[in-house]
Design a protein around this ligand. Sequence first.
Ligand code: PEP
Ligand code: MN
Length: 335
Amino acid sequence: MLVVMDRGATPEQVDKVVKIIESRGMTARPIPGGDRVSIGILNNKGPVDPALFLGLSGVKEAIPVTRPYKLVSREVQPDDTLISVGNVTIGNGHLTLMAGPCAIENETQAMTIAEKVKEAGGKIFRGGAFKPRTSPYTFQGLGEKGLQILAKIRETFDMPVVTEVMDTDTFDLVEAYADILQIGTRNMQNYSLLKRAGQSGRPVMLKRGMSATLDEWLMAAEYIMSEGNSQVMLCERGVRTFVRHSRNTLDLSAVPVIMRESHLPIIVDPSHAAGYRDQVIPLSRASVAVGAHGLIVEVHHKPDEALSDGAQSLYPEQFEALAKWAGSVHALLKE
Ligand code: PEP
Ligand code: MN
């Protein structure tokens, strides 16, 4: 249930609704909108009677929420969420390019790539310090040293950084360094990690599980929001299918459906979807055309020597071309 207040409702009137909800053992979550406040009701055991609220002054209407997810849904919040990170805004009307290597390998590698990403128009630098690898024998990331290199990149190039947090054990550490916390595909349904992310003051980028339905993905985002963190963006990164010509299959139809169902920004990762460099630029153009709010792309100056995901990493010049294409397609959408 969503209690929608009148435009001019006073804080006292909002408070009264909150108290009634709480007195019945449910959770009230006021959601400030463009011109009015709505109050979402969480933790209700069954349907809530709208009559509880309809006679109160300041209450416009009480509408049942038909979706299983609430805080992430457009029913509860019609206005798009915009997320600010440093001087970058992510969400409706903006196209945010995030790029960098799969993993931070050493300072020279990371700084070289960061300089190129910045020159080409990248707004946020990506790079893993804790890497979830399929094999325990491959490079697992530099850990805290990698985070320190990311901090240096933020200072040197004035670019916020996004990096993956893999578990609750290392959460405090990663949170101290990252501007955006990435939750990877393998952890989309790691509920203790999602809850911890919900208690963070940092924006979170939640990647779609490799076999997750949109409902499961939105429910995972709901875990984060239900703990109080409203700065959540979603990232489509391809799903597992039978095909062999790409690592995963980029599900671009997810973008308009997510935009219909949710107010959260949606980013596309064509690199992990494709697995091969030559597909990344065409998929990026398509992602922008379908309406994505941003792209996260892997870039490496020596992809043949990369310690992870070299085959899907763009050369810096290719990222420069991608940034131009993406900008032109985005401009067309605005016409
Ligand atoms: C990554 O972005 O480096 C990564 C591991 O992505 P995913 O979780 O989508 O596989
Ligand atoms: Mn990668």
